[in-house]
Design a protein around this ligand. Sequence first.
Ligand SMILES: O=P(O)(O)O[C@@H]1C[C@H](O)[C@@H](CO)O1
Length: 307
Amino acid sequence: MHDSSDFPFDETLSVLKSQLPANLQSPRVGIICGSGLSGLASSLKDSVLISYEKLPGFVQSTVPGHKSILAFGLIGDVPVVAMLGRFHPYEGHKLSSVVYPVRVMARMGVKYLIVTNAAGALNPNLAVGTIVVIQDHIALPNLTGMNPLLGPQISDTYSRFIPLSDAYSRHLRRLLFLSAHNLLLPSNALAEGVYAWVSGPTYETAAEGRFLRAAGADVVGMSTVPEVLTAREEGMEVMVLSLVTNMVVIPDGYRSVREEVEAELAGKLTNPVLDEVVSHEEVLALGKEKGDLMKTLVEKTIQLITA
Ligand SMILES: O=P(O)(O)O[C@@H]1C[C@H](O)[C@@H](CO)O1
């Protein structure tokens, strides 16, 4: 649970003010780059990069594929701020630290937050490489008491109870699909779905994958929901894009090891079991492959927001 010392807003904002030119001091759009997706901010115009080390209240990202840099710049004429590297609770960071950058963005004037992540597909109809536009989430950690909004409210202007039925902005999702149409993307490049948040750092067992699928989730990942809840408390409109980097292995049943051994002892041949395992390297490789597409979509959508 947080207390006010977790949020040194005045100090952070004063460092940012001292480093940024006037045209970048009030970004309208915030972007959070998921694993391997920091290239999203590679074509910002007039960019200014500030290392998290210099920012009071910011921790460091320790995960490969996440830098620890806040990037400011223009997309078209729109001033944006992008987190090149996010924080996850599994790194040992407090939830208040995980969401602190979102609170700073809000205090700089950000109205729209675009959150990206790498995720495993639970829905067998989703192919690796698909970008899933998130329409809802299932957050087992929230339901069991791991929620970044637990604790004293940090502003009198916030509602104590935040509805989440409208957490994922229909307006932004419409702009995203319009951008995809304008870019002539094939319809299977994008899908819509539900994100399941798990704490990680372990990937799911097959049984956990089946459980989350049965509960209605299409993809699963280890981030994003804390930032979304905070952005909603701060009054931002939010869109989330998940890049499917791997299929979560959820076979319907297990092949019995006992039967396999008994068959072998009886001299019968059995087919070898092919154990598929996911790795973070695979996740990062997909980010590299699809990062440009994600970047183009995000850029086009941002230009439509303020058109
Ligand atoms: O920060 P994101 O959600 O993009 O990173 C995903 C989830 C884990 O941090 C990591 C697992 O490979 O990638």
